[in-house]
Design a protein around this ligand. Structure first.
Ligand code: COA
Length: 261
């Protein structure tokens, strides 16, 4: 595994664990961290043995407390849009479109870019002490890493606008009632819970999982017809080794052993 400065990556039985490791800055996303995360996600996605990824923040206080404010406080209009465009393509859109499912283990504050990162992941699990919000308008900007788009997709326009324009935070239980997180667990159970979810995923066909992610994402793209994409990708599954293995194993009453990505 590659060595990084701001993150570390561990592997256990087909699951990769990526930890953002700047606890003294509440794991705020600076440029270097975003670049390292891109590399780590790419490596994990290309590794045929990695079937699911869990991402979390180090320390007990924060998942990620946002983009690193110290890096952009003197930016111009041009630099501001470049920051958002680069971040979205390197990390946020990249994670959403990854073939390998990513679980956000939200272990504390997930604010601004932190919540946007969690929302780009495929599943979200929060510890009961987590706090979530998009405080950007309190700084004179708007969410720039996909927050204005993904939050309404997850919780509906009304709740999304309330969170964005108040710049307020909600706790884990409220986030669950909004549909923003899938599960809430005790802080000391977060890691094990996410690992068991990841292990469950890892037993299924990685080829079909990648196809399912692609089909679901397609429905949220204005220039694509999600139903058409589903038909096309459904058909393609019939030509895969994983489909042969999955159906043969079922008919022979044995467990499927999928060949890999
Ligand atoms: N960017 C850069 N540094 C950040 C940061 C961010 N988004 N969030 C926290 N930090 C740094 C603080 O500056 C501080 O560094 P210092 O010790 O060198 O001064 C350190 O992390 C600890 O944060 P601190 O504010 O002292 O902790 P707290 O417990 O008092 O408050 C928060 C926690 C999360 C409420 C507070 O840090 C905060 O509001 N952060 C910014 C959240 C935000 O607006 N994010 C959106 C950015 S677009």
């Amino acid at each position: 595994m590659e060595e990084y400065e701001n993150i570390y990556v561990e592997e256990d039985a087909r699951v990769a664990f990526i930890t953002i490791d700047r606890p003294e800055k509440l794991n705020a996303l600076n440029r270097a961290t975003i670049a390292e995360l891109h590399e780590a996600f790419e490596d994990c996605d290309q590794d045929p043995d990695i079937r699911a990824i869990v991402i979390t923040g180090s320390g007990e206080k924060a998942f990620v407390a946002g983009a690193d404010i110290s890096e952009f406080s003197d930016f111009s209009v041009r630099e501001g849009s470049a920051l958002a465009a680069k971040g979205q393509s390197l990390l946020f859109d990249y994670v959403e479109q990854l073939s390998t499912p990513v679980i956000a283990a939200i272990n504390g504050f997930a604010l601004g870019g932190g919540l946007e990162l969690a929302m780009a992941c495929h599943l979200r699990v929060a510890s009961s002490n987590a706090k979530m919000g998009l405080p950007e308008v309190s700084l004179g900007v708007i969410p720039g890493y996909g927050g204005t788009q993904r939050l309404p997709q997850l919780v509906g326009k009304g709740k999304a606008l309330e969170m964005i324009v108040t710049a307020g935070m909600i706790d884990a239980e409220e986030a669950k009632s909004w549909g923003l997180v899938n599960h809430v667990v005790a802080p000391d159970e977060l890691s094990a819970f996410c690992e068991s979810l990841a292990q469950k995923i890892s037993k299924n066909s990685p080829v079909a999982i990648a196809a399912a992610i692609r089909a679901v994402n397609s429905g949220f793209k204005y220039d694509e017809d999600g139903f058409k994409t589903e038909i096309e990708i459904f058909g393609k599954c019939f030509g895969t080794e994983d489909f042969k293995e999955g159906t043969t194993a079922f008919l022979k009453k044995r467990k499927a052993e999928f060949p890999g990505k």
